[in-house]
Design a protein around this ligand. Structure first.
Ligand code: ADP
Length: 660
């Protein structure tokens, strides 16, 4: 301690002799000091509330008050200055009492010497410093605690720490409230976990997790509780608490209520599943609807075609042609919707057969020539010499793509031209070529910002398109998908007012001619007169029966009809002279599949169990074709049937007659 520092000292004494004696001794200590003397309690309390002293000397005997009472009053004023008591000789009991009440030292009045005073001042000041340090440390701890608390309380998560004996070291109010509501226990610091009224399973779970963490493991787990009948999910992390020497002294636990998150995840999954189910329902609906519509369409188209072959003239002929035109259009739309739902359901498949590209392109030209001429458009289709004649792939899907694009080009062009140009892009695979088709028109064009959009389903470039030109907005979506599914791509270049170019590139194999010639020949060789063939049509729909009858009449054939599978079996059991069965699939009583099974059964009552069966179905899915063949039927024709196709299929099975 610096003995040159000036000390502020207070002497509380009413005895003049004592005071003189004290001052004299103090002078001799060599301390630098400033001494203030108070002679009674009132004076003392006034002075100490104004000034701060380094050491106080208090006489025990004061007028009207004893030293003990005054000491209390001093301390009540929050004055913590060290107080030494002056006692009469031999009054040790008093001294002990005073020290118990907060005085730090005492000495007898008879012992007032420079030495004793110096000793008391110095030790008092030391004590004072220690006390101040302790106070500062305490304040610091308080501030830190306050900060820590602020952090602990700023979260809605549960935070607590326990020692090795599972005594609660500290916790935040979320923990306190959570325990209160879950277990009805009012937790306090220091409380042992055993005092909390957990359900047994819950306690076991937490205690075993804390034990795990006490072994040094830090881990996170999700715990499920039930609160008021509802599941509550808590994600909890257990952290071992280490002290300096790497010893584990306890565990800090951090828990978060993730019930909302879980619920959100669950809702999200549910929403996703709902969306998938909704998409499937939409796709199923579209597919079912278009099938349902195709059946009456079959009748309308068939009958119109038959009527057109009769000798109508003038207005009636025009009306009939309009019916045919509208029905054709309607069928295109229905087919589009069906294709679209097939693409969406991932059920579309592609043929891989040889075809003559130039023949297909000539057909394209022929189909659209009339429409182009009607609008006064120049329409050209070119296939340069360097393109192979025979291509292997799916000619029907290629047709569909080109028909869509050329149809659009003519639809959206009012003057000028439409041109289809064919070229080759070399492929990296040696046995493949990339065929490129440019469909160029001088029409209205597509604004830049719509050029990507029009490939989306149900999207048209202008809102008035449907009113002006008709259409569903499905064509390009289908075209793009059909192209992409064959490993190709489509893009558009267009300028409003000056025209549009769609470019389609699709990889194909180079085909071979032999297969095609063989195909053609078999069909040509087999053209026979249907009057020789005895056919049983199994069909429940009266309209379809009627249409079929009309067609077969044209081919000199009087077909027999069964209204369902059961009837068909009865007829075939009685009459063995039938050559062929045309079998609808969906029928009451016995479906086409079930009827076929009965016909083909080993001990069937049907006279000719090997009779050729051709399925008739509005469903064009590859899957249905597979099922049809698996069920033992020989072939498949889609409704509405194209008369030529049906004719050829029937003729194809005529030679089977000999197998009877
Ligand atoms: P749809 O023709 O049935 O409306 P598409 O999917 O075939 O449906 O075409 C979508 C839209 O793209 C059309 O409505 C039209 O606005 C635009 N479009 C397509 N082809 C052309 C074209 N050659 N010229 C101008 N606009 C076109």
């Amino acid at each position: 301690m610096d003995s040159q520092a000036s000390f502020k000292l207070l002497l509380i004494d009413d005895d003049e002799v004592d005071i003189m004696q004290f001052e004299r001794a103090l002078k001799k200590t060599g301390l630098i000091y400033n001494l203030h003397v108070c002679k009674n309690a009132q004076e003392t309390l006034e002075v100490i509330s104004k000034e701060v002293f380094d050491c106080i000397f208090l006489d025990y005997q004061l007028p009207g008050i004893d030293g003990l009472q005054l000491l209390k009053k001093i301390r009540d004023k929050d004055v913590l200055t060290p107080v030494a008591v002056l006692t009469s000789q031999g009054d040790e009991k008093v001294a002990v009492k005073m020290i118990k009440s907060g005085a730090f030292d005492y000495f007898a009045k008879s012992d007032i010497t420079p030495d004793s005073i110096q000793k008391v001042v110095i030790s008092g000041i030391r004590l004072w410093e220690v006390e101040n340090q302790r106070k500062r440390a305490e304040e610091e701890i308080n501030v830190n605690n306050y900060k820590l608390n602020a952090i602990l309380e700023s979260t809605t998560s549960i935070i607590y720490a326990v020692d090795k004996q599972l005594n609660l070291l500290s916790f935040n109010s979320t923990f306190k409230n959570s325990i209160q509501s879950r277990t009805n226990t009012d937790v306090k610091e220091g409380m042992n976990f055993a005092m909390i009224n957990f359900k047994n399973s819950e306690r076991e779970n937490i205690v075993s997790s804390i034990d795990r963490s006490l072994q040094g493991e830090q881990f996170t787990q999700v715990e499920e509780f039930e609160v008021g009948g509802n599941a509550v999910y808590i994600e909890t992390t257990y952290n071992p608490i280490y002290v300096a020497n790497n010893e584990i002294t306890g565990v800090a636990v951090y828990s978060q209520d993730i019930t909302e998150k879980k619920k959100f995840e669950h809702d999200l999954l549910q929403a996703r599943n709902d969306a998938i189910a909704a998409a499937k329902a939409k796709s199923d609906f579209l597919s079912n609807m278009s099938h349902e519509i195709r059946t009456p369409m079959n009748a309308i188209l068939g009958l119109t075609e038959l009527l057109l072959e009769e000798n109508f003239t003038g207005g009636n002929l025009e009306n009939l042609k309009s019916i045919k035109y509208s029905a054709d259009n309607l069928l295109v739309i229905i087919n589009d919707i069906l294709d679209f739902s097939k693409i969406e359901a991932g059920k579309i498949t592609f043929e891989n057969i040889n075809f003559d590209l130039r023949l297909r392109m000539a057909e394209l030209k022929k189909t659209f020539d009339y429409r182009a001429k009607e609008k006064g458009l120049e329409f050209t289709v070119t296939v340069p010499e360097n393109i192979p004649h025979y291509i292997k792939g799916d000619p029907y899907r290629l047709n569909q793509i080109l028909f869509n694009l050329v149809g659009n080009a003519i639809k959206f062009t009012s003057k000028g031209f439409v041109e289809v140009k064919t070229s080759i892009n070399e492929s990296e695979e040696s046995d493949k070529i990339n065929l490129v088709f440019d469909i160029v028109d001088s029409g209205i064009g597509v604004p830049e910002h719509k050029q990507n959009k029009i490939f989306e389903s149900f999207t048209q470039a202008y809102t008035d398109t449907t009113r002006k030109f008709g259409g569903t907005g499905l064509g390009l979506a289908i075209t793009k998908n059909l192209t992409a599914l064959q490993g190709g791509y489509i893009n558009i270049k267009s300028k409003v007012g000056s025209g549009t170019t769609f470019t389609v590139e699709i990889p194909f194999e180079v085909g071979n001619a032999d297969a095609i010639e063989k195909q053609d020949k078999t069909e040509k060789d087999l053209i026979l007169d249907l009057s020789e063939i005895k056919i049983l049509l199994v069909e429940d729909n009266l309209m379809n029966q009627f249409v079929a009858k009309q067609f077969f009449k044209k081919w000199n054939n009087e077909i027999s009809i069964a209204n369902n599978g059961l009837e068909a079996i009865e007829i075939l059991a009685k009459d063995g002279s039938f050559d062929l069965v045309l079998m609808d699939l969906q029928m009451p009583e016995l479906s086409g599949f079930e009827a076929t099974e009965v016909i083909r059964a080993e001990h069937t009552k049907v006279k000719n169990r090997n009779i050729p069966i051709i399925a008739l179905s509005a469903d064009a899915f590859q899957e249905t074709r597979r099922k049809v063949l698996e069920a033992g039927m020989n072939d498949f024709v889609t409704k509405p049937f194209k008369p030529e196709e049906l004719y050829h299929k029937i003729v194809k099975y005529k030679p089977l007659r000999g197998n009877k």
